[in-house]
Design a protein around this ligand. Structure first.
Ligand SMILES: Cc1ncc(COP(=O)(O)O)c(C=O)c1O
Length: 428
């Protein structure tokens, strides 16, 4: 049942930001009960859309267990980064089954000790090739790759300059180091160059610049053809997180750097298996010397168990598909273009050019309640709120995949129209 207009207007229960601030001053014993009350409040107000229980494989359509309705229901999935539809690919599943039969299910140790396997070596070589780099190393997640990279690479005398919309894992890596850091305004070439010019005079050692290929919250690209020459001009070191570009962009599916023709100019490339490869794990790719160094200094690599044969085999199979089936990528981008055009009237943020589309939720609407309305219409998408984005910039994040049909996208647009109309949001 649709919520009435008034119910959507106020943030009741309080938003996550006020909750976080309120609890900062509390003693530990008050923290947990208060949070459980907060969660209960969300559920009572039909504003809880976290941890929805998916009971089928990920695909354009999924089955979930609907807690509120106490029944199974079919939903159109627009929240998964399974861009190439590999999550349930028969080819990938066959390769995984064969790997389990040949190598078993696990290793019980990190790569530096007993967890360095034939499949891992093979994957490192394939990733290095995909990224046009000499060498690569594999982490248990993209998060671990970013954190490990920051901790291992930077020293007190360095400086890190990064786009203000960099991923949380990049910032968490920064927090673990003592290295001074500065943000530049999102994709702002003038701000980037001004700050680089300034910092290059005052930084005693290396100046690192962190950028993303496809920004995960807005879906826009970093103009790498313009950014990389600026970084080079100041002899800085480029760190490119291409979590959402790998497998999606570029002639060979290498990613955003290839899309802009600067694939041979990136100092260190980071990627994840949790998007196009629909698995878990992450990687860094760079010069052989650098990767050999990182193996011994990236603590999230040294002190964490190696990926399982099943995961490695799935990603290897995914690379086969990325390399041999460019039509999946073409179809994905075609779908994304169609979705961007259909969703334009509903507040598309920025200028999406890959497979993520963000829709601004007007600040007088409770994004969670609006998402509940969308959920009720059978559409599964993500609502992104603080701390993932600044307060007041809540948005719906839509991930398009190659598996979606035009009708799926039309249905999404229809539901968005109903949602905004029910709240008198101006439709452009
Ligand atoms: C830009 C970016 N970097 C890093 C990560 C972390 O990747 P993973 O899911 O493999 O930990 C993500 C995933 O959300 C991301 O979007």
């Amino acid at each position: 049942m649709a919520n009435s207009k008034n119910e959507w207007l106020t943030h009741e229960p309080p938003n996550l930001r006020s909750f976080i601030f309120a609890t900062k001053s509390m003693k530990n014993e008050g923290f947990v009960p208060m949070f459980s009350q907060f969660l209960r409040g969300l559920k009572d107000h039909h504003a809880y859309s976290y941890c929805r229980k998916v009971i089928s494989p990920q695909s354009r359509e999924v089955m979930i267990w609907d807690e509120e309705m106490a029944r199974e229901r079919k939903m159109l999935m627009f929240a998964s980064n399974n861009y190439l539809g590999l999550a349930n690919s028969p080819y990938v599943k066959e390769k995984v089954k064969a790997a389990i039969d040949q190598y078993g299910v696990g290793l019980g140790g990190p790569p530096l000790l007993n967890g360095y396997t034939k499949l891992m070596v093979e994957l490192e070589e394939r990733l290095a090739h995909l990224k046009h780099q000499e060498s690569a190393m594999v982490f248990s997640s993209g998060y671990a790759a970013n954190v490990g990279m920051m901790v291992a690479l930077t020293q007190d005398n360095d400086h890190v300059l990064c786009d203000e919309l960099s991923h949380a894992s990049f910032f968490d890596g920064l927090r673990m180091t003592q290295v001074p850091a500065t943000k530049f305004a999102h994709n702002d070439l003038v701000d980037l160059e001004n700050k680089l010019a300034q910092l290059s005079k005052t930084t005693n050692d290396t100046l690192f610049v962190g950028i993303e290929g496809v920004y995960s919250m807005d879906g826009d690209l970093a103009p790498l053809d313009k950014i990389i020459p600026i970084i080079k001009k100041y002899n800085a070191f480029s760190l490119l997180d291409d979590a959402h570009g790998t497998g999606v962009l570029g002639n060979t599916g290498s990613g955003t750097a290839e899309h802009f023709g600067v694939e041979h100019q990136i100092d260190l490339s980071m990627g994840t298996f949790s998007k196009s490869f629909a698995m878990t794990g992450g990687f860094l790719a760079g010069s052989k010397e650098l990767i050999d160094y990182l193996r011994f200094f990236a603590r999230s690599y040294m002190f964490s168990a190696a990926l399982t044969p099943a995961t490695l085999a799935a990603v290897l199979a995914g690379i086969d598909i990325v390399e041999n089936q460019p039509e999946l990528r073409e179809h994905l981008l075609d779908n994304a273009r169609y979705a961007i055009q259909k969703l334009q009237p509903f507040g598309v943020i920025s200028n999406p050019e890959a497979a993520i589309i963000a829709l601004k939720v007007p600040d007088w609407i409770d994004a969670r309640k609006a998402n509940h309305f969308i959920h009720e219409q059978g559409i599964f998408l993500n609502v992104i709120e603080y701390p993932a984005v600044p307060e007041g910039q809540e948005r719906f994040r839509i991930s398009v995949t190659t598996e979606h049909s035009r009708q799926d996208i039309d249905r999404l647009a229809e539901v968005m129209e109903q949602c905004w109309q029910s709240q008198d949001v101006k439709i452009a």
